[in-house]
Ligand binder design. Structure first.
Ligand SMILES: [Zn+2]
Ligand SMILES: [Zn+2]
Length: 130
């Protein structure tokens, strides 16, 4: 009983950590954030819960950036920009409906979900180079 409650407390902490962060966090980042408050938390527990959240559709994996999976609790389709220099994953607030319409009308496909991803150098990194 007490193990169950502890488990679900960690589960909630992991999920709300992803929801609070707009950084599209990685498993290790979540682990580092929660460890001080949950000293018995293991990276394995974080990974296990993340797999469950993905299965239940509560989070999605946006992309793999330099070998690290980045997560998002915003599951409505939206585009992302990934900076190859600082690994920032930025939400792009622009509609991606045109391509979807094209696919459905011109190609007769039914789109169930979409992922739109841009990669390059963000404004902050660009300014650092000057
Ligand atoms: Zn950058
Ligand atoms: Zn996002």
């Amino acid at each position: 009983m007490s193990t169950m409650r502890r488990h679900s407390k960690k589960r909630d902490a992991i999920l709300s950590c992803i929801r609070r962060s707009h950084l599209h966090p990685s498993a290790e980042w979540i682990y580092t954030q929660l460890k001080p408050e949950h000293p018995d938390l293991s990276l394995g527990t974080v990974y296990r819960n993340l797999a469950l959240f993905r299965e239940s559709g509560e989070i999605v994996c946006v992309a793999t950036v330099h070998g690290v999976e980045r997560l998002d609790a915003v599951t409505e389709p939206h585009a992302h920009f990934i900076c190859e220099q600082c690994d920032a994953v930025i939400d792009v607030d622009a509609p991606c409906d045109d391509l979807r319409q094209e696919l459905e009308q011109q190609y007769g496909c039914t789109v169930q979900r979409s992922e739109m991803l841009f990669r390059g150098v963000c404004a902050r990194c660009k300014n650092k180079d000057i």
